[in-house]
Design a protein around this ligand. Structure first.
Ligand code: PAN
Ligand code: ZN
Length: 197
């Protein structure tokens, strides 16, 4: 663990952080239950379980006062009419924010809170998205050709809570329509989360 100030390179030639401490890769099977078209999902998992996204992290102590940063790379692809995306999560310590800075590609950060508010911000190179505390967040790659590459930074003590999203998904699904995208209501979410929204 570095004790003195440091810098690191984000290499956009191959969308990596060469000095990463940890690389997480998630294949489609990690997104079970999240896609509307269950047949297309099952088929794609059977046909090789494609790599959907990768995260490169710079390790720091997971405590208040530290910042965790790294690179998220969501590959292009569709499951039925829905785009490749991250699992999405709330922070375990809900009172923690996060900043994303888009370096490459075109996408969305889908966000919602436990009171039922839902919103999305577009990712384009140069755009920052600020996730205020209390909002679950999921990156969606809207391109079918290019990776969506974002830099993120969030408090060291934030932690990740995946359970609520694994159980009910997000309220909105992002689908391809007429060469562009549209947000539609996720009916499964309403069914699994009665009393909200
Ligand atoms: C990011 C995300 C990263 C992968 O570092 O963890 O984009 O998404 P999932 O964690 O939902 O698989 C972040 O938001 N950290 O808090
Ligand atoms: Zn987060």
């Amino acid at each position: 663990m570095k004790k003195r100030p440091f810098g690191y390179e984000i290499r956009l030639r191959d969308n990596t952080i060469p000095e990463f401490d940890r690389r997480i890769e998630r294949r489609l099977s990690a997104l079970r239950g999240q896609y509307l078209d269950e047949a297309a999902f099952a088929q794609a998992v059977l046909n090789g379980d494609p790599l959907v996204y990768e995260v490169y992290e710079i390790h720091r102590p997971q405590k208040e006062g530290e910042l965790l940063s790294g690179l998220s790379v969501v590959h292009p692809g569709l499951v039925g009419e829905e785009f490749y995306m991250t699992k999405g999560h709330y922070h375990e310590i809900s009172d923690t924010a996060e900043v994303y800075y888009c370096l490459k590609g075109h996408g969305l950060l889908l966000m919602e809170n436990e009171q039922g508010d839902t919103t999305a911000e577009e990712f384009r190179p140069g755009r920052v998205v600020y996730v205020v505390p209390g909002y679950a967040h999921r990156s969606v790659n809207l391109s079918l050709e290019e990776d969506l590459v974002t830099f993120f930074v969030y408090p060291g003590n934030a932690g990740h809570a995946y359970g609520a999203i694994e159980a009910a998904g997000f309220q909105k699904l992002v689908v391809r329509r007429n060469g562009t995208y549209e947000l539609i209501q996720n009916r499964a979410w309403a069914r699994k989360a009665p009393g909200i929204g």
